[in-house]
Design a protein around this ligand. Sequence first.
Ligand SMILES: [Zn+2]
Ligand SMILES: [Zn+2]
Length: 327
Amino acid sequence: MKVTRRFSRGDRVCSRLAPWARYGFALALVASSAHADVLPASTVGGATYRLKVGQDEVIALSDGDFGLDTSQLLIAPAGVRLPMLLQSAHDGQVVTTSVNAYLVKTGGKLVLIDTGAADQLGDSLGKLGKSLAKAGIDPSKIDAVLLTHLHIDHVSGLMHGGTPTFPNATVWVDRRELAFWSDPSNAPKVDPVMRGTFDVVAKTLSPYRDKGRLKTFTGGAKVAPDIVATDTVGHTPGHTSFVLKSQGQQLVFWGDLIHVGDVQFPAPAITIRFDFDQPAAAQERNKALARAASSGTWIAGSHLAFPGMGHVKKNGDAFVWEPAGKP
Ligand SMILES: [Zn+2]
Ligand SMILES: [Zn+2]
C-alpha cells in the first residue's frame, strides 16, 4: 500500500492529567502531583500525521492525552490477569491515553471524524484546533463531521467559545446514538460516571440541529465520498465505525472499539466501565480484530497511541498492534 508520512511535533511540556471529575470521571482522575508523567512530545501541542489511502488522504489530528486509571476503569474477566499484562507492556496503573481525530480529504470534500474534548476535560486535551492549524485546515472549510459516538471526548470539539467550530459542516451521527443521548430519561441506564454526557450532547449538537446541519444515518449508509458507516454497537447504543475505501485500499476508523491497546490487543475480553453493553463491546472488539487481522486493512483508533493508525496481526488467541511508523 502506498504510504506517505509527514509528522509535526508539538512542544514538550509536563502533563497535568485531565480533571475528569467535572463530568463524573472522578474514578479516572489522577492528581498530577501523584503521577508526574511527561506526555509524549508528539501530542502535547497539537500534532498531525498523514497517510495516503488510494486517492484519498487521511490526516491524524491529536487532541492530546489523558491519564487512564486502569485499576478503576478496566474490567478483566476471570482468568485474565490485568496487572501481569500491564507489567509486560511496561505500563503502570495509570496509562497515558491519546485522544485522536481524523480528517479525510475525499472526493473534493473535507471530512472530519470526531472532534476531541475541547475544554471539557482539562488542559491536556482540546488540542484539535492546533492540530488542524498545523495541517493547514481551516475549520470553516470542513464539509462534514462524522461522529463515531457521542461521548464527551468525541463530541465536545463541535463548539468553541459558545459558537460552532465548523459552521459550514453537516454533522452525522447514528440514529440510535442520537436518540439515546438526546433523552435524559436514559440516564439511569448508564454508569454514573457517564451521566454528564446528556448535557454536553444537548449543548454541542443543538446549534447544528437548529441550522438543519444535524443528520442521522443507519449502519451500511454511505455518509461521505468513499466512506460507509458500519455498526459496532456495544461501547454505546449506536457506536459506529467508518470504512474508507479507495482504489482497492481500505482504512477503518474504529472509534472506541479499543481503549488500552497494551492490554486489549492481547486480551480483547477486557472491557472498560464506559462500555454501555460490556458483552457486546467485547464481542464487537473481537470481531473487528479478527477482520482487521485477516484483511490486513489499515486501522485508526481514537485512543490508540497517536497517530493511532496501524495494522493488526493475529498471534494465537491474541492480537498484536503494529503501529504506523514512529515519529
Ligand atoms: Zn467512548
Ligand atoms: Zn473515547
